[in-house]
Design a protein around this ligand. Structure first.
Ligand SMILES: NC(=O)c1ccc[n+]([C@@H]2O[C@H](COP(=O)([O-])OP(=O)(O)OC[C@H]3O[C@@H](n4cnc5c(N)ncnc54)[C@H](O)[C@@H]3O)[C@@H](O)[C@H]2O)c1
Length: 351
């Protein structure tokens, strides 16, 4: 295959900021259509990126303008419909995180993709931060030894602002708040570096209960998702995790810090320094509790949508193109367990 034909479903923030520019910069990807329930949004995206067709009905576009793959960037309650329609059409699928609105939908989506044998992709973007990939290489090379701890947090402050009751604050559309929006990224990084979480206990909290309704200065609506989630858990490999994610951290825009500590070495990933890792590796450094900075290399610079397109162009097996739906499903199981645990106030098994 020389070129990949692509359809886009959902033409909002992330698709215009990341999916479409990265597809355009690939050189062997042709976006044939843009679909959005909002006709203006579909037209605008198509116009901006030189895409020939746009419309509100992705099923009709799939039929009328056949493609090899779709990329989906809708709110969470619409992921399942779009993914199942694309799988039905037999095309490769990229679907934004979290994979689904809930676990049963995620299981159905991942199961159908497995049955169809297509390439899938879930853009857990922080897998593509050079420092995150460098850490992955160090772990694969055994530099950290057995992982004993993954301790991290993801802090945003947007829920403290006066922003309206957008879909992200509504359970019927988003499914959850900080859990699916932010913690899902931490769970995906934990999966990359340390494997699956086996059991956990979690707490979820909403700090800002009312937000103004979109388009109104005075009328208020209720936030029915979490602003904040914290969990401790145990990895299938035996190590321990301590992770939290929040939309209510004062002074934070989009900050992540995760320390991964093994018997042989430790590393701190900090997304404000995307090209370097803070590390303590090797006996001489360990014995002196000395930390230094390790730069990421050229091999750690990957563009997420290029990974998806290259997987299709080179005929890779679905398991080789990651993060795929299997990773999305693993993350969704942790999200589901966190909700069950928070509701019951108890430890629960994941899965
Ligand atoms: N990977 C990341 O770092 C990252 C960052 C931001 C958002 N996201 C994810 O991307 C997805 C979209 O988020 P966003 O911020 O771009 O949202 P957005 O609100 O900016 O855009 C969503 C678009 O989808 C359209 N839409 C809604 N229902 C639809 C349907 N049934 N069919 C077709 N189009 C539909 C809306 O009209 C809107 O244009 C979410 O899953 C979100 O969690 C991921």
């Amino acid at each position: 295959m020389d070129r990949v034909r692509i359809g886009v479903i959902g033409c909002g923030g992330i698709v215009k900021a990341v999916h479409l520019p990265q597809l355009q910069s690939h050189g062997q990807a042709d976006v044939l259509w843009c679909a959005d329930v909002d006709a203006g949004a579909a037209r605008d995206a198509a116009g901006r990126f030189g895409v020939p067709h746009s419309g509100t009905d992705f099923r009709a576009l799939l039929r009328e303008h056949p493609v090899d793959a779709v990329t989906i960037g809708t709110p969470h309650n619409a992921h399942h419909d779009a993914v199942m329609a694309a799988l039905e059409a037999g095309v490769h699928v990229c679907c934004e995180k979290p994979l689904a609105y809930n676990l049963s939908q995620a299981q159905e989506m991942a199961g159908e993709a497995r049955r169809r044998g297509v390439i899938t992709f879930v853009p857990f973007s922080y897998w593509f931060v050079p420092a995150a990939r460098l850490l992955n290489d160090l772990i694969d090379a055994g530099e950290l030894g057995e992982i004993l701890h993954v301790t991290g947090y993801y802090a945003q402050g947007n829920a403290l602002g006066r922003g309206p009751l957008a879909w992200r604050y509504q359970k019927a559309i988003a499914g959850s708040g900080a859990l699916g929006d932010l913690a899902s990224h931490l769970f995906s990084l934990t999966s990359l570096w340390a494997g699956p979480i086996a059991r956990l206990t979690a707490q979820m909290k909403t700090f800002v209960h009312q937000r103004r309704l979109p388009g109104s200065e005075t009328e208020m609506g209720t936030v029915d998702v979490d602003d904040d989630v914290q969990l401790i858990g145990e990895l299938a490999g035996g190590g321990l995790v301590n992770l939290s994610a929040s939309r209510t951290y004062t002074g934070r825009g989009n900050y992540q810090r995760v320390e991964v500590s093994g018997r042989e070495g430790g590393a701190v990933y900090d997304n404000s320094k995307p090209d370097e890792l803070s590390v303590c590796l090797g006996r001489a450094w360990r014995s002196r509790q000395a930390w230094g900075t390790l730069p990421a290399g050229r091999q750690h610079r990957l563009t997420q949508m290029h990974v998806f397109v290259n997987g299709i162009l080179t005929g890779k097996a679905p398991a080789e193109v990651r993060p795929n739906f299997e990773v999305g499903l693993e993350v969704q199981k942790v999200m589901d367990a966190a909700e069950r645990s928070a509701a019951a106030g108890a430890w629960v098994d994941v899965g």
